[in-house]
Design a protein around this ligand. Structure first.
Ligand code: NDP
Length: 297
């Protein structure tokens, strides 16, 4: 049976190290501030933002919570972003996606000052990542790198297969894997909905990252013997529970565990790491803007 990779425990270790970074900044009168902007039609977004706010408070980071009505004009959101960009007391800005259809998300991303873009989605930050000198690595792939590092799973020289090519997970993950840097140097294949013979590709992986958003897409027959399986998926499926649903990943945990060497559960795998890396980027943003040095984990 595969080793179960405990994302909660690794995230807790990272948060402990980040706490001392916040103390350093606060001692220099530069307490980090993250502004979250919520204008999202997805009911889960409210929960995600609340969790991010809580994470900040626990660590001593100031959290500014801005909510806009769903039918507010796009211009109101853009004005809010402009104000946050100009506000020197705000170090980090996160606009929760998805935004309503009448707002162009691309414009939202491009409006955020790249130095406050702690999601790492601004084209300037993506460009720097691809060029090999990332400033803010997007939180989910960065969290996965940290999870592999903490579990002593080497990426160099390994076959990495990423299922999914989204801007927020698949593409930056593949880019991090191919970097000539720690947590990179992997020979990397990116699969997507037009990939033929997906199972043939995934079976080749030493490290398989599933980020397709399809419940239990990857079963044990698609996993190579001893592979490390990282399940990014968070999918709601109908279930006989109080809420009427349960969360499942993109990997069928039971059968994949029989083949894998190590595997992340859902929940408790990648999710807590994503949240920890948002704190990491917020602290990094504050350090870069204020010139106060911190030792990031
Ligand atoms: P997107 O829907 O933006 O992207 C999904 C990707 O998977 C696309 O590239 C798509 O291909 C590909 N894909 C879809 N179906 C298949 C298939 N049958 N075979 C192969 N590839 C397929 O999703 P995200 O990247 O935003 O998120 C992926 C999952 O991760 C979701 O469940 C999301 O909830 C979860 N998530 C979890 C996070 C965490 O912290 N744990 C953070 C972010 C996301 P194509 O490009 O061709 O359409």
């Amino acid at each position: 049976m595969a080793e179960r990779i405990d994302g909660n425990a690794v995230a807790e270790d990272i948060r402990a190290d980040l706490r001392s970074c916040v103390e350093t900044l606060t001692a220099a009168n530069e307490t980090p501030t993250l502004a979250t902007v919520l204008m999202s039609p997805d009911p889960a977004s409210e929960t995600y933002v609340a969790m991010k706010q809580n994470d900040c408070e626990e660590l001593g980071i100031d959290a500014l919570d801005i909510e806009l009505p769903l039918d507010a004009p796009a211009a109101e959101l853009f004005e809010t972003i402009d104000e946050l960009n100009a506000d020197e007391s705000v170090n980090a800005i996160l606009v929760q996606s998805p935004v309503p259809d009448h707002v162009d998300y691309r414009e939202v991303i491009e409006r955020i000052d790249p130095v406050k873009d702690v999601d790492g989605f601004h084209p300037e930050n993506i460009g720097k990542l691809v060029a090999g000198y990332p400033v803010y690595k997007p939180c989910t792939p960065h969290g996965i790198q940290k999870l592999l590092e903490a579990t002593d799973i080497e990426t160099a020289g390994k076959e990495a297969v990423v299922v999914g090519r989204s801007r927020i997970v698949g593409k930056p993950m593949a880019n991090l894997f191919i970097q000539k840097a720690t947590g990179g140097n992997a020979t990397t294949t990116v699969c997507h909905s037009r990939t033929e013979n997906l199972a043939e590709k995934t079976r080749e992986a030493d490290i398989l990252v599933a980020a397709a958003g399809v419940p239990e897409l990857i079963d044990g027959s698609m996993v190579g013997e001893g592979a490390t399986v990282i399940d990014v998926g968070i999918n709601r499926v109908d279930a006989d529970t109080d809420k009427g649903y349960k969360l499942v990943g993109d990997v069928e945990f039971a059968s994949a565990s029989e083949k894998a060497g190590a595997i992340t559960p859902v929940p408790g795998g990648v999710g807590p790491m994503t949240r920890a890396m948002l704190l990491y980027n917020t602290i990094k943003a504050t350090s870069l803007q204020t010139g106060v040095d911190v030792t990031l984990p």
